[in-house]
Design a protein around this ligand. Structure first.
Ligand code: FES
Length: 138
């Protein structure tokens, strides 16, 4: 029995190699982490919003950047040189917890936000997608 646990790229590679070795699919168990390949196909994604729509993100005290609707906020931040603490990159560990000061984001159903985080406006940028211009504090 094989257990695969990790990011999607590793999962896809290992699954392919195990199949090449003749391991039957029923003997492979998986737990996949990371953002979905196509967030626009997720339940709850706003109808009509294209993945390539661009929004302005103001980062309090750190400048501003552009982010696409179809990429995680964390990816846009990292491209702009703003690196947050991160572990799971799947919305589960809370390490990247960031305050959303203005705007709305889409967070797929797998994101585990504490009740107090929801009440105080925190998000997990590793699995949050901008739906409009944002202002955040991190
Ligand atoms: S890195 Fe774990 S919740 Fe974002």
């Amino acid at each position: 029995m094989f257990y695969l646990c990790g990011p999607e790229a590793m999962y896809a590679h290992c699954l392919n190699e195990l199949e090449n070795l003749g391991v039957p699919r029923r003997r492979i168990r998986t737990e996949v982490f990371g953002p979905p390949k196509d967030v626009t196909a997720q339940p709850g994604w706003p109808a009509g919003l294209k993945a390539d729509a661009r929004f302005a993100v103001a980062v309090k005290g750190r400048g501003a950047l552009q982010a696409r609707a179809g990429e995680t906020l964390m990816a846009a931040l990292e491209r702009a040189g703003i690196v947050l603490p991160a572990l799971c990159r799947s919305g589960e560990c809370s390490l990247c917890r960031t305050r959303l000061l203005a705007g709305r984001v889409f967070q797929p159903s797998g994101v585990k936000l504490r009740k107090s985080d929801r009440q105080l406006g925190y998000i997990h940028p590793c699995l949050a997608y901008p739906l409009e211009d944002l202002e955040i504090q991190c």
